[in-house]
Design a protein around this ligand. Structure first.
Ligand code: ATP
Ligand code: MG
Length: 417
């Protein structure tokens, strides 16, 4: 038997309603915030992620699905959504639109990771990017949009952590302090962090290794090194959140995995889904578009992992809006009745009624069983006699009540039922 690749998951018809509910809610909330959808390719030139994610990140170093295509081009399956959006923003001159350009995406992502609960090789993100504004208002709106989305899904037990990692200016002083701190503890670092120490010390705070985590606790805080502009910006963001009653906690070791972040960073974390608790992560990335030679267009955004969100909703017993059930099942008996049944379900469907009929030449009893299985609300049998008398009995399955209707009136009866 051929199995799906490790770290991938089929989304089966029995659970797809959960996905549809989450995706519909994402679209609805995005629309309330006047955010438009953007769809970018699932694969890009590898360069897009080298520039847009950063060469010192775990994603670029270890996790990308990169290959040469038949034209010898280096291609990468998107490991995240932001870099492709940035590339599209520059390529299509979207800075000419009214600013800020507010975009969202729902996309599969691919990362070569060790699969475990909430960590897959193909997963899905709902992401939002606001481009062309450097203001604290925009940061606050990105966070609040995420919050609205989680509220709309009635997700609870998720904590919002925020931090500021400053700009280039304040970060260089901080990195120096950080390196001084870690230089004394270099031998205790994991091999990966030894590399990080050289290449990108900020990422030392982000290590999932336990011992590194302990060391991070004693490290200097970026918040003591913010320049005046970054400090004012952060204060404004916090004030907006407070004014909007969005609870948050400042956590100075949140640095986020990607290289392009500046100033505000944030995460929504749940304690209900084990080690992979970060459902959503985001932040400001003022240098990203410039990294694509697209000029100075600051931005802020976030991405949420849909699988982790579903895990969280399932673990906390949240309701998912189910798909509408079949309103009527038409059970034909005999050749002529099949034509009538097809006609009837066709015209009902054309009127927006979810209708179903037999495809398997089942007997009447088996058809009722089937109708029950698919959750049909009404069943009507059409046989020889019904055709001769132009009369059928429409049965309401829940109550067993039968109503006699002429065949021509079944449609109207069901539409109004
Ligand atoms: P983590 O620290 O858990 O590895 P990350 O920092 O790599 O997460 P981001 O790149 O910020 O994650 O991606 C945003 C969101 O996408 C995460 O918060 C998570 O919900 C989801 N996500 C990331 N990687 C995976 C994965 N391999 N499988 C499932 N969901 C993922
Ligand atoms: Mg990761």
């Amino acid at each position: 038997m051929i199995k799906a690749p490790k770290g991938t998951k089929d989304i089966l018809p029995s659970e797809v309603y959960k996905w549809q509910f989450v995706v519909e809610t994402a679209r609805k909330v995005a629309s309330l915030y006047n955010v438009k959808e953007i769809r970018t390719p699932v694969f890009e030139h590898t360069e897009v992620f080298l520039r847009g994610v950063g060469e010192t990140t775990d994603i670029v170093n270890k996790e990308m699905y990169t290959f040469l295509d038949k034209g010898e081009r280096s291609i990468t399956l998107k490991p995240e959504g932001t870099a492709g959006v940035a590339r599209a923003f520059v390529e299509n001159g979207l800075h000419n639109l009214a600013l800020p350009v507010k975009l969202y995406y729902i996309t599969p992502c691919f990362r070569y990771e060790r699969p475990q609960a909430g960590r897959l090789r193909e997963f899905h993100q709902f992401g939002v990017e606001f481009l062309g504004s450097s203001s604290a208002e925009t940061d606050a709106e990105a966070i609040v949009l995420a919050k609205s989305f989680l509220n709309e899904l009635k997700v609870d037990g998720v904590k919002l952590y925020i931090n500021s990692i400053g700009c280039k200016n304040c970060r260089s002083a901080y990195q120096k302090a950080l390196k001084e701190y870690y230089a004394k503890r270099y031998d205790e670092l994991c091999p990966l962090c030894k590399e990080r120490f050289e290449k990108n010390p900020l990422r030392l705070l982000d290590c999932k290794n336990e011992q590194c985590g302990e060391l991070a606790k004693g490290a200097p805080s970026i918040l003591d090194y913010l320049c005046e502009e970054c400090d004012t910006h952060f204060t404004k963001v916090k004030n907006y959140l407070t004014a909007l009653n969005v609870e948050y906690e400042v956590k100075s070791d949140i640095v986020r995995g990607l290289d392009y972040y500046t100033k505000t960073v944030f995460e929504f974390v749940s304690v209900n889904i084990g080690a992979q608790g970060t459902v959503l992560g985001g932040g400001r990335y003022d240098g990203l578009i410039e990294g694509f030679d697209g000029g100075n267009h600051p931005g802020v955004g976030f991405a949420l992992g849909i699988e982790r969100l579903l895990l969280l909703m399932e673990n906390t017993g949240k309701e998912f809006k189910a798909e509408d059930c079949v309103k009527i099942y038409v059970a034909p008996m005999g050749e002529k009745a099949y034509v009538k049944a097809m006609e009837l379900v066709y015209s009902l469907r054309n009127c927006g009624v979810k209708a179903e009929t037999d495809h398997m030449q089942r007997g009447v009893k088996a058809q009722f069983k089937y109708a029950d299985k698919i959750g049909a609300k009404y069943v009507v049998v059409i046989g020889e006699n019904e055709l001769i008398n132009n009369s059928v009995r429409v049965k309401e399955m829940a109550t067993g009540v039968e109503t006699e209707v002429s065949i021509d009136n079944v449609k109207e009866f069901i539409i109004n039922a």
